[in-house]
Design a protein around this ligand. Sequence first.
Ligand code: UD1
Length: 420
Amino acid sequence: MDQLVIAGGRPLAGEVEVSGAKNAALPILCVSLLTSQTVVFNNVPELRDVGTLLRLVRSMGVAVERKPNRVTLNSETLGEPVAPYDLVKTMRASILVLGPLLARFGHARVSLPGGCAIGERPVDLHIKGLQAMGARIEIEHGYIVGEVGRLKGARIFMDTVTVTGTENLMMAAVLAEGTTVLENAAREPEVVDLGECLISMGARIKGHGTDVITIEGVQFLHGTEYTVMPDRIETGTFLVAAAATGGNVRLVGVRSDTLDAVLDKLIEANAFIECTADQIRIRMRGPNHGVSLRTAPYPAFPTDMQAQFMAMNAVAQGTTVVTETIFENRFMHVQELRRLGANIEVEGNAAIIRGVEKLEGATVMATDLRASASLVIAGLIAHGETVVDRIYHLDRGYEKIEQKLSQLGAGIVRRSVEEV
Ligand code: UD1
């Protein structure tokens, strides 16, 4: 098992390139199931979650060819449309194969995702939407088993905004008979990226990026070559790391238009930000003021950035409040941040952070992907050495994080440790 060893206290400086978006790449790789023709995707990040998804589609018989940041897939010879528990349990996003499999093959067996560190995360809205499109769905021995002749267009209202739910239903609807309208759809940029990718294959989609998406089903989709959008959460994580260490960093290959809420909060925390469409430069104007925030679906502040801001707030002037409204158990990083000296109290879905003068290095344990990023930022701020354990969570979502941070002058190395 790997650890990151961080010698904290150095401001980040320099330039770094942002990778392709994990949360766009995962649904986009699933569109390979919707066509018998070859699809090619560029800017696919080299991440554990991407590896898991590719293993999953390969296990169903999809031909996968992988080059650095480029994946070619062909599902002409798909065998069994089954997503087994062993793969689904390691990554909830595996549920994204359900919609495409039902749309193209008329049947699918996908394991129910198991429990998850950051809350219950049900998939009821995915299932209800597919049922509204005519699929018969049963839960058998822990598997979602779906059957349908051809899916039929439907008007579907989702009572909670769900990102992968919207994506699953979009992928199902593109091959359905008739028109599907998704109401209260997620507006996340990754949903838009998936929509654009599907359109490049001949899908008829309108309204992606708004909360009403209209999809007119077509008989078949053709192959495509598509480039995955830049990762806005990786971008945000580096911006917060730069701000929290009092650094001066330029991020290139970004989509600055997808980061309004995050940039606003950084400015409020006293950062100076210069943007072009694909670059962002950040440095602090003066002391870190910290910032209170509340997570909500896009375009509001993303839950995937909450933990990183909390690390920055830990050493800010004054008291801030971070409120989490999307997931019910997403404060796992709090007790680890406390081990570094942070003063944080949790009351329900709010964390009250009283800024301290400094954090001090310690050994901490990563519990989920974004919590891990928060601990890395805290380690970069802390005096002395911080060891972040269980970084396999980090490898799920950050490409070459220690190389990129080293490039910015951080003292950070990966160490392999034999398990006892
Ligand atoms: C996606 C992102 C994840 C991000 C999250 C919220 C991917 C691969 N992952 O996760 O990084 O943190 O969006 O922005 O894109 N819900 C239901 N029923 C459902 C589905 C969801 O009640 O059928 C609830 C969830 O419990 C949660 C809320 O809806 O409270 C939002 O979850 P959702 O948007 O579905 O998260 P994911 O798509 O799993």
